[in-house]
Design a protein around this ligand. Structure first.
Ligand code: ZN
Length: 564
C-alpha cells in the first residue's frame, strides 16, 4: 500500500514539474557538430565527458565500416551472383545493411545527435530515456539539429526496451550504456539485444566500488571482489569485462574486447558480442582470481581454467581444457613474509584489440578537426597501443619505492633494468607511474635492492617497519643492470603526446544524478543527509533510469512523509 501511495505522489510530482517546466530554452551547448538546448537544469549533462563521447564516435566510425563489410560478406555468400559496389567514400551502395544504434540512457540526446551527424553508415538511432521531460528535451534537440530522419525517441525503461529487441531480427548493431554509476542492471538485457558481431559500449562511474573501497558491494554489483591496490583502475576495467562476459555466457554468447579505457572518474569499455557455445567454454581460461599481498602489494594471478594441445589424427590443432593447479602463492608472501587477500575474478585476457585500436588512432590522426579532445585521444590511444597485452595489471613506481622508504629511482632507469634482464616493459594508460611487465616480482625487488645499495634507507625507518626491513634484507638473486637504454623511453613519451590529462575543470567528477525524477520541493540538506550511509550506497549505484527498487521506494517514501 505504501508503495502505491509513493507511486501516486511520485507521478503527481513529475506531472507538476512538467507543467511548470519553462518551454523556452535556458542555455545551449555546442559539442562536435551538435548543438544542444537544455530546456531545464534538471536534465543530466556532463561536459567533462566530451572525451568519452569523442572516443565513442571514433570507435563507432571504424566499427560501423567493419560491421557493414562483415554483414555484406555474409549476405553475399547467400547471393553469390552480386558484387559489392562502393561509392566514392567507400560505402556500399547496392545492398542495404541496417546499422541501428540504441542509446539506452539518453538524457539530453547529445550523444545520439553527435552519432547521427558524425558517424558514417548509421541507418537508425533510438534515443531512449525513462524521464518524459528528458525525452521532450531530446525531441526538441533532434529538430533543432535537423536529424529527424535518423533518430527516433523512446520513452521506456531501458531494460524493457532492450528485451523487446532480443529477437535476432530486432537486435541492434550497437548499444551504448552510459549510466550514472553502475551499469550491471542493464547488462542482462543488453547482451541479448546486440547483433552477432555487434558492439556494446559500457561506462561505469562507481569507481569507489570498483577500486576496492567496498569489495562486498562490488561483488553484489559485478560478481567480483575488488581490491585496494595501486593497479585498481585497470582492475576495475577487468572486473567490468568479466561481468559482461558472465552475462553474455548465460546466453551462449561471449565478448571480444576492442578497447578498454580508464579516464578521469570513469571507465569505458568497447566490446564485440558473438554467439557460440564452444567459445564460451574458453571463458574460464580468460578469467583469474587475484592474490594480493597485504605487505608488499604484489599481485599473483590464479587462472580459473586453461587449454592445452590435444592433437588427434583428424584434428591436429585440437585443444583440451584443464584445471590449473592452485594456489599460486604460499601461506606467506615470499617477498615480504605477509599474508594475502583474495580478489576477483577478473578478465585476465587482453583488454584491447591492437589492430582495431591502430585504426581508431589513424582515424583520429587523419581527422583532428572532428574531435574537441583530439590531442588527448591521440595520446591515450598511442599509450594503449604500447601496453603489453599479456601482462595484466601493473606495479607503480611510487608504491614500490615508498614501501621500503627509498628515494624513487628514475622511471627510465627502472624500465631499463627490466629490459636489461630480458623482459618487456610498458606503461599502462591507467596510471602515470605504472610499470607493466611480465617479469617476475623477484627481479623487480632485486632491482630495488640493488638501488638501495647506493641510496640507503635511514636505519631508524627500517627499525619501525619490519616488512620493509624483511624485503631489503633478502638476497639479490637476479643479475641486475641499471644502465639506461634509449628504448626504455616509449615513443608516445618521446613524442611529447598528451598522455595523462590534468583535471579538466574545477569540481570535476561524474556530476549530479539527473534531477528530473526527484521533484521540485527543496529538501533541506539535513534531511537529504539523513541515512547518509545508505544514501551513499545508492549514489554509487544506478541513475534514475529504471523504476526504483523496493528498498529505494521505502527510503524515498520516508523522506516524502517528512517533507509533506
Ligand atoms: Zn608481499
Amino acid at each position: 500500500m505504501k508503495y502505491f501511495r509513493f507511486l501516486l505522489r511520485y507521478n503527481l510530482k513529475i506531472m507538476k514539474m512538467e507543467a511548470s517546466t519553462v518551454a523556452t530554452a535556458k542555455k545551449s551547448i555546442q559539442e562536435g557538430q551538435a548543438e544542444i538546448r537544455l530546456t531545464s537544469d534538471k536534465v543530466f549533462y556532463n561536459p567533462v565527458q566530451e572525451f568519452n563521447r569523442d572516443l565513442s564516435i571514433a570507435v563507432l566510425s571504424v566499427f560501423t565500416k567493419d560491421y557493414m563489410e562483415e554483414k555484406l560478406t555474409k549476405a553475399l555468400k547467400v547471393k553469390k551472383s552480386e558484387k559489392i559496389v562502393h561509392d566514392a567514400t567507400g560505402n556500399c551502395i547496392n545492398l542495404e545493411i541496417p546499422v541501428t544504434i540504441l542509446e539506452a540512457l539518453s538524457a539530453t540526446g547529445l550523444r545520439s545527435i553527435r552519432y547521427a551527424k558524425e558517424v558514417p553508415n548509421i541507418t537508425k538511432i533510438i534515443a531512449n530515456d525513462l524521464s518524459e521531460q528528458a525525452v521532450e528535451t531530446i525531441k526538441s534537440n533532434i529538430v533543432h539539429n535537423g536529424v529527424e530522419d535518423l533518430i527516433e525517441t523512446s520513452h521506456d525503461d531501458a531494460c524493457m526496451l532492450m528485451y523487446k529487441h532480443k529477437h535476432p531480427s530486432q537486435r541492434f548493431a550497437a548499444i551504448d550504456l552510459d549510466p550514472y554509476g553502475c551499469p550491471s542492471i542493464f547488462l542482462d538485457s543488453a547482451v541479448q539485444s546486440v547483433q552477432d558481431g555487434g558492439l556494446l559500449l559500457v561506462t561505469a562511474t562507481d569507481m569507489a566500488v570498483l577500486a576496492g573501497n567496498s569489495p562486498e558491494t562490488c561483488y553484489c554489483k559485478y560478481g567480483a571482489v575488488s581490491l585496494k591496490t595501486k593497479c585498481c583502475h585497470e582492475m576495475a576495467l577487468r572486473i567490468l569485462l568479466q561481468c559482461i562476459e558472465q552475462h553474455a555466457n548465460r546466453y551462449s554468447r561471449y565478448i571480444v574486447p576492442l578497447l578498454s579505457i580508464s579516464a578521469d572518474f570513469y571507465i569505458r569499455v568497447f566490446v564485440k558480442i558473438y554467439s557460440g557455445a564452444i567459445h564460451c567454454k574458453k571463458t574460464t581460461s580468460k578469467l583469474s582470481m587475484v592474490y594480493h599481498c597485504v605487505g608488499c602489494d604484489n599481485i599473483t594471478l590464479q587462472p580459473l581454467g586453461g587449454f592445452k594441445p590435444n592433437p588427434t589424427e583428424k584434428n591436429p590443432q585440437q585443444t583440451k581444457g584443464y584445471l590449473p593447479a592452485a594456489p599460486p602463492v604460499g601461506e606467506y608472501c615470499v617477498h615480504c613474509n605477509q599474508r594475502h587477500h583474495l580478489g576477483g575474478p577478473i578478465w585476465s585476457a587482453p583488454i584491447h584489440d591492437d589492430a582495431f585500436v591502430s585504426r581508431v588512432l589513424t582515424h583520429v590522426q587523419d581527422n583532428p578537426a572532428l574531435f574537441g579532445t583530439a590531442k588527448r585521444m591521440r595520446g591515450v590511444l598511442a599509450m594503449v597501443r604500447e601496453e603489453l597485452p599479456d601482462a595484466p595489471l601493473y606495479y607503480t613506481q611510487d608504491k614500490l619505492f615508498g614501501r621500503v622508504h627509498l628515494e624513487t629511482m628514475p622511471m627510465l632507469t627502472m624500465r631499463s633494468a627490466i629490459l636489461n634482464a630480458g623482459y618487456k616493459v610498458s606503461y599502462s594508460h591507467a596510471a602515470k607511474l605504472s610499470i607493466k611487465t611480465a617479469a617476475p616480482a623477484q627481479l623487480v625487488w632485486d632491482i630495488i635492492r640493488t638501488w638501495e645499495k647506493t641510496h640507503p634507507v635511514k636505519p631508524a625507518k627500517l627499525e619501525s617497519d619490519p616488512v620493509a626491513k624483511y624485503i631489503l634484507s633478502q638476497p639479490i638473486k637476479s643479475g641486475v643492470d641499471l644502465s639506461e637504454r634509449p628504448d626504455a623511453n616509449p615513443i608516445s613519451r618521446r613524442d611529447g603526446q598528451l598522455r595523462f590529462q590534468f583535471n579538466p575543470a574545477p569540481h570535476w567528477g561524474p556530476g549530479s544524478r539527473a534531477a528530473v525524477n526527484i521533484g521540485e520541493e527543496k529538501v533541506s540538506k539535513a534531511l537529504r543527509n539523513q541515512n547518509k550511509h545508505s544514501s551513499k550506497e545508492k549514489n554509487s549505484g544506478k541513475r534514475d533510469h529504471s523504476p526504483p527498487s523496493d528498498d529505494e521506494v521505502h527510503k524515498k517514501s520516508n523522506i516524502e512523509q517528512t517533507v509533506t
